[in-house]
Design a protein around this ligand. Structure first.
Ligand SMILES: Nc1ncnc2c1ncn2[C@@H]1O[C@H](COP(=O)(O)OP(=O)(O)O)[C@@H](O)[C@H]1O
Ligand SMILES: O=C(O)C1=C[C@@H](OP(=O)(O)O)[C@@H](O)[C@H](O)C1
Ligand SMILES: [Mg+2]
Length: 199
């Protein structure tokens, strides 16, 4: 979509600066990647893609079934192939799955765009996940809270490699999308600066 499709003059200016770069939302399950991605895309005149939904459609079965019948490694391979396909498109906001950051080759794809970590306090993640009907097979454990805590410990250093971290402050998804929009210019090249001459 063209930058002109963005919803306000400031978002149009931001979309022009992004110049079609894809935005990848990363973060733990429950961080709101899927929920925030849509209003974010709408504001920028971008398309929204949920990598998990694309994967489910391509595989013809739900994620929980892929995990239970073929295992996590098969799921991760499918996830990488979806991200590989997505990388050839532009002007997308992509909600990744929470574990996409665990494979280095996924970073190869995501680094072609801007990677945004949606961070949220652990207690908030747990509250949201408890209320959400979408099944997360990795949390099908005797103690889901302990499992989430372990995964967070493993993954925080990976999420921290994002270009931008947005710490949520209790707002609804549309407000979090606005937080992302406000923070994005800080990681884009200043349009007034000439390109750096090579050393
Ligand atoms: N900012 C928010 N405030 C309140 N609830 C939220 C917020 N973001 C997401 N949710 C809810 O939390 C649950 C998980 O959100 P989702 O977008 O699916 O997370 P993710 O894709 O990161 O796993 C959903 O039920 C969603 O409606
Ligand atoms: O954290 C993970 O490894 C996963 C997160 C899920 O997506 P969300 O982060 O959108 O819940 C989904 O990809 C799958 O259940 C595995
Ligand atoms: Mg999601």
């Amino acid at each position: 979509m063209a930058p002109d499709a963005a919803t306000s003059p400031s978002h149009r200016a931001l979309a022009r600066r992004l110049d079609g770069l894809n935005i990848y939302l990363v973060g733990m399950m429950g961080a709101g990647k899927s929920a925030v991605g849509r209003p974010l895309a709408e504001a920028l005149g971008y398309r929204f893609i949920d990598a998990d939904a694309t994967l489910t459609e391509a595989a013809g079965r739900p994620i929980a079934e892929i995990f239970s019948s073929e295992g996590e490694e098969t799921f991760r391979a499918l996830e990488t192939s979806v991200l590989n396909g997505i990388a050839s498109w532009h002007s997308l906001v992509v909600a990744t799955g929470g574990g996409a950051v665990t494979r280095p080759e996924n970073w190869g794809h995501m680094r072609q765009g801007v990677v945004v970590w949606l961070d949220a306090p652990e207690a908030e993640l747990l509250r949201r996940l408890a209320a959400d009907p979408t099944r997360r097979p990795l949390l099908d454990a005797p103690d889901p809270a302990a499992r989430l805590q372990t995964l967070l410990q493993e993954r925080r250093p990976l999420y921290a490699q994002a270009d931008l971290t947005v710490v949520q402050d209790g707002g609804l998804p549309a407000a979090v999308a606005l937080q992302v929009l406000e923070a994005l210019p800080s990681v884009l090249r200043d349009p007034c600066q000439p390109p750096q001459a090579p050393d």
